[in-house]
Design a binder for this molecule. Structure first.
Ligand code: UDP
Length: 315
């Protein structure tokens, strides 16, 4: 197929673009490089440096769009809500309008567990109420709502994939954010000497060791789900699936595994809770397993961390 990958110079987008190229698709990456990296665009993909409002020409002749381009920092979204609404909702609406104009009727969208907010069940289901607690989650949910509306009114075929905690690397393709907020890359930066210690945000949560529990899903597994989703896009329908491993690990468990993998003592410092962090976030991915046959395979935390470490350290 001929595919446009927006945000394909970012972490998840670059891994999906690489897997699409490997699968024999004709891939164009559209990215404004505001947070992505030109050298993350995989060999074999065409690269267009442009933002979503300029996607028009790149849509010519495409069979489908995989849409990753977005602002994705929760804290920044609270400080600059206008920026998030403009980029994430405004940018996507411009893209959808351009798709409509060019007759491109299929999209796979990078959504997030942040659309749910505080969980009401031990394993979050797609049918749980979406109640985001920050502008990042709100804007992603707004896009999901637009996709549902356009599926009904325009015959668009859409699949939204709601990611839990994406981690690990796919070969050389790894997480590289100028402002790094995520746990695993921050812990590994202590092992490379880039940081002195890891901050543990709160040890008084109602969890077995008092630190937050998250569902870490390997980026290679996550990317594979996008290829399955592409095959499942049905015009006139909007399908939503969670993507997680179904198992939770605490912050302390993550830090311990990073110590084992890197052989570095990784000093830690306990700090206060980070605002807006729920105690436990674990996905049920039963729906995508039942409907598309997807299941996370690289679920062992040492595997996830070892892949991230190998890509970061070159070991
Ligand atoms: N966390 C931490 N120290 C850090 C970064 C994150 O203790 O330097 C915690 C954070 O409070 C959360 C978990 O690690 O409980 C995962 O955070 P991350 O930002 O990686 O993902 P999120 O679950 O917020 O999407």
């Amino acid at each position: 197929m001929r595919l446009l990958v927006t945000g394909g110079a970012g972490y998840v987008g670059s891994v999906v673009a690489a897997q699409l190229v490997e699968a024999g698709h004709e891939v164009t990456v559209l990215d404004d490089l505001s947070t992505g990296h030109a050298d993350a665009v995989p060999d074999g993909a065409r690269f267009v440096r442009a933002d979503l409002a300029e996607a028009h020409d790149a849509l010519d002749g495409q069979d489908a769009v995989l849409h990753f381009a977005a602002k994705s920092l929760v804290g920044e979204s609270v400080e600059k809500p206008e920026l998030y609404w403009r980029h994430n909702l405004g940018g996507t609406l411009a893209l959808l309008e351009a798709m409509h104009g060019k007759g491109v009727r299929r999209i796979v969208f990078s959504s997030t567990a942040a659309t749910y907010g505080e969980p009401i069940s031990p394993q979050i289901l797609e049918s749980d109420p979406p109640r985001p607690t920050n502008p990042y989650g709100e804007t992603k949910l707004a896009v999901d709502m637009a996709l549902t509306a356009f599926a009904g009114l325009r015959g668009l075929g859409a699949v939204s994939l709601r990611y839990f905690n994406v981690a690990g690397a796919y070969g050389r393709f790894r997480e590289r954010h100028a402002i790094e907020t995520h746990l695993i890359p921050n812990v590994l930066k202590v092992a490379t000497g880039e940081r002195e210690e890891v901050q543990v945000f709160g040890t008084d949560y109602p969890t077995p060791d008092g630190t937050c529990v998250r569902d870490y899903v390997h980026v290679a597994d996550l990317a594979r789900a996008h290829l399955l989703a592409l095959g499942a896009v049905t015009e006139g329908e909007h399908k939503i699936y969670n993507l997680g491993s179904g198992t939770g690990f605490s912050v302390k468990e993550v830090v311990d595994v990073c110590r084992e993998v890197t052989g570095h003592p990784i000093p830690e410092k306990v700090g206060p809770r980070r605002t807006g962090d729920p105690a436990v976030l674990v996905a049920s991915s039963d729906k995508i397993q039942a409907e598309l046959g997807w299941k996370a395979e690289r679920t062992a935390l040492p595997t996830i961390v070892a892949d991230a470490w190998a890509a970061l350290s070159g070991k």
